[in-house]
Every structure is written in structure tokens, then in C-alpha cells.
Design a protein around this ligand. Structure first.
Ligand SMILES: [Zn+2]
Length: 425
């Protein structure tokens, strides 16, 4: 039993001849033909991909596990509120959070994600004066419990802003905890400038983020420009500030929806700046599109999505996340990255052959790059792989959301199959 795991008859690209993949100690050791018979040619476990595509695991680059599945705790009269009502409601929930309750909700959603092929997650965790560090404690425990099944990176997210007295201290404690229950604490710092009232305050918010991130030597992920209102356009400032602070390559910007609303010339200049700053862009297609701004005057109140195709064509690293799953801000979702790719393809009209390849990278390799994971079906890389249900990339996106085998660190962590009891013509 030389290999820990062998996947036989795996197709790596559309139309390629199938190969075998041998894995040992969590890495890909061989891609080619592994003869049968003899201990040096066998694996502790062997699975048959059946000539279907084997691809790198999905990376959910942006979600909110602390709020995941809050819908299961909501009464019927709490649905469909305005933004203000929802903010009050989330505060009410936060006042009553418990660590076991949060771990139960979040754990259920993590298992849903893994079953559907997610091998790495970057989650936001609210850090604010209401729930304080309880959500971080719960998610840090969860991260430890799921070690070896899914990689988790935790982003300390100031949902209520950073200008209120006491918030900054709380964020710093989240990044470098003195309380042992917080384990290593949060891995990086999040941001949400839009929650501050004026443009000047939003810039101050960004400035403070850089101060904290630099002090603790951490990366940044800023949720920015969440509406398609060209007045809410902080991305150029974030890019400028990233360059001024020497933080190139260490910042991600999530949403960036206003970029779709500004004129082509401004968009082109901004994308150039984003490139110079080495900023990664993270899109969350379903969540981006569902947001409604009924009180905004002068433009359609429905939201949009950033210029994904332009960004990709200009060499920007674009990744993707599901964002909220079944909570007050997004009442649907099941953690499926295939479903998100479908929404992304549809809303960005990315349906050509090259587009399909880009979509799969957006859902996997590009997110892995942000998280510093060595992904790819390549010898020597981490064996975080999916045996899919289709022989083509397009088929992976438009087929059933079933991942027959999810492999994490060279070990099968999930096995699923499509069962049809009966089908009548
Ligand atoms: Zn989010």
C-alpha cells in the first residue's frame, strides 16, 4: 500500500485521455498510469472516477458562518423586513447568541458545503459591541473541530463600523487574543466602509483598517461598494491607499458593484489602479443580486454585479463566495459553489469556452491563491480534489449539484450519489 489514495480513470481536461492520480501524505505524487497489482502500485483506498473530470476543490472565499442558517431560528412575522428592521433583528439575535447554538447552525452549513465540494472556506465573523467576541470563540472552536476536513480562514468583520469607541480595541483583541478560548483568533481583518454615514467617515474607516492591519501584520478584506449607486464608489480610494501603505497583494475587495455603474473610462482607470495595487476581487453573485434599495431615488432599486469579465481579462485575480446562507440578509442558499457559478455565468453572460474555464478557476484556484493554498491537479500540490459528475467543464456547471467524491489532504471526506427512485415518462 504505497499510496494513501488512488483515483483511477480521472479526466483532467475536456477530451483528454483519462489518467490515474496517486496521493501520499496529503500531496499529489503521481499523475499518469499506475499499474495494478503489487503493493507498490496499490493504494490504501482506490476510487474510480469513471472518466469524469477531476478538479481542484472549491474555495468559498466569502461567507458568514456566524449568521448561517439563522432563518431556522426566525418566526414567520420576522421575515421580509426593511433594512432597519433587519438590523434591529440581527442585534436581537446577537444579544441571545450562545456558543453551542452558533456551532450547531454553522456546523450544519459547513457540512453542506463540504458535501458539495468545498475544501476551503474564508468566513467573516462579526466583531461588534453587541455580541463582542462570542461569535469568534464559536467559529474558532468550529475551525479546530473541522481541521482536516475543510480549511477555514477567519476574517474579523466590523459589521457595525470601526468608528464607535471600543470597536478598535475589540478588533485588535480578535487578531491577537489574550483569552485562550479564542485559540489563534482571527487570521485577517475585514471592513465595511458603507456602514459609516459620510464619504469622509468611510475614508476614515479605511484608514483605521490599514492602521490595525499593519500594526498586527495581517491581510485585509474589505466589503466595498455594495450598491450599484455610482456615489458609493470607494474602490479607487482603497486601491490608492493600498499602494500608499505598501500593502500591494495583501488586500481583497468584496462586491465592488458600483464599478458596473460608473462610465467605461472611470472603470478602466479603476481596474488599472486595482491591478497596480494587486487587489483581489471577490464576487458573491446571488447575494449581490438580491439586495434591494427601495429608498434610493433616481435609479432602479435593484442591485447588480461587478464587471467580472473586464476584471478577468485585465489579469485581476477574481474569486467567489456564497456570502450569507439562509439568514436575515439572504434567505436562500445551500452552500453550493456550482449553483453560484451558474448564477455568475448567467448574470455576467460568461458562457463561452474560455469563460467556463475562468468560472471554474474563480470558484477554486483563484480563491486558493488568496488563502495561500497550493491548489491544482499538478504533481506536488495539495491533494484537495473533487471527482465530479461530468466529463466536461460546462457539464460540471450545468449538471446536477452532486460531487461523488470530495478528497481533502489525500483522504476521501465525502461521498455522494444521485439516486433516482423512479422516473415515469
Ligand atoms: Zn458578506
Amino acid at each position: 500500500m504505497f499510496y494513501d489514495l488512488i483515483i483511477r480513470n480521472a479526466r483532467l481536461e475536456d477530451g483528454d485521455m483519462p489518467v490515474d492520480i496517486g496521493m501520499k501524505d496529503g500531496n499529489i505524487l503521481v499523475i499518469g498510469t499506475i499499474a495494478s497489482g503489487g503493493p507498490e502500485h496499490s493504494g490504501q483506498t482506490e476510487i474510480d472516477a469513471g472518466n469524469k473530470l477531476v478538479i481542484p476543490g472549491f474555495v468559498n472565499s466569502h461567507t458568514h458562518l456566524d449568521k448561517a442558517d439563522l432563518l431556522s431560528r426566525m418566526r414567520p412575522d420576522q421575515f421580509g423586513g426593511t433594512l432597519d428592521e433587519n438590523r434591529r433583528l440581527i442585534r436581537e439575535f446577537k444579544e441571545n447568541y450562545t456558543i453551542p447554538g452558533m456551532k450547531e447552525r454553522a456546523g450544519n452549513v459547513v457540512r453542506e458545503m463540504v458535501r458539495q465540494g468545498t475544501t476551503a472556506i474564508r468566513t467573516q465573523v462579526d466583531i461588534d459591541l453587541t455580541a463582542k467576541l462570542l461569535p469568534l470563540t464559536a467559529i474558532c472552536e468550529l475551525k479546530e473541530e473541522y481541521d482536516g476536513i475543510v480549511d477555514m480562514e477567519i476574517c474579523a468583520f466590523p459589521q457595525e463600523g470601526v468608528l464607535k469607541p471600543g470597536t478598535r480595541e475589540l478588533l485588535e483583541e480578535a487578531l491577537t487574543p489574550t483569552d485562550h478560548r479564542l485559540k489563534g483568533g482571527a487570521d485577517l481583518l475585514g471592513g465595511l466602509p458603507l456602514v459609516e454615514k459620510t464619504g469622509e467617515e468611510q475614508k476614515r474607516h479605511i484608514n483605521i483598517l490599514f492602521e490595525i492591519a499593519k500594526k498586527h501584520d495581517r491581510g485585509l478584506e474589505v466589503q466595498i461598494d455594495e450598491s450599484n449607486d455610482p456615489e458609493d464608489f470607494m474602490l479607487p480610494y482603497l486601491a490608492q491607499k493600498t499602494i500608499e501603505e505598501g500593502y500591494e497583494g495583501r488586500v481583497s475587495a468584496t462586491h465592488c458593484i458600483s464599478l458596473s455603474k460608473v462610465c467605461d473610462e472611470t472603470a478602466r482607470e479603476t481596474i488599472e489602479k486595482v491591478k497596480e495595487a494587486g487587489i483581489n476581487i471577490i464576487v458573491t453573485p446571488s447575494c449581490n443580486l438580491i439586495t434591494n434599495f427601495p429608498d434610493r431615488q433616481g435609479f432602479r432599486p435593484y442591485n447588480s454585479i461587478t464587471r467580472v469579465k473586464d476584471l478577468v481579462e485585465n489579469g485581476i485575480n477574481v474569486a467567489m463566495g456564497t456570502d450569507n446562507i439562509r439568514d436575515i440578509f439572504y434567505p436562500l442558499g445551500n452552500g453550493s459553489m456550482i449553483r453560484e457559478m451558474h448564477v455568475l455565468a448567467t448574470t455576467t453572460r460568461m458562457s463561452g469556452i474560455e469563460d467556463i474555464a475562468h468560472l471554474l478557476s474563480i470558484a477554486s484556484l483563484n480563491g486558493a491563491r488568496i488563502m495561500g493554498l497550493d491548489y491544482g491537479v499538478v504533481i506536488g500540490r495539495r491533494a484537495d480534489l473533487l471527482v465530479t459528475n461530468s466529463a466536461t467543464k460546462r457539464g460540471v456547471i450545468s449538471g446536477q449539484e452532486i460531487i461523488p467524491y470530495v478528497v481533502k489532504n489525500g483522504r476521501v471526506v465525502s461521498q455522494s450519489q444521485l439516486t433516482v427512485e423512479s422516473l415515469h415518462a
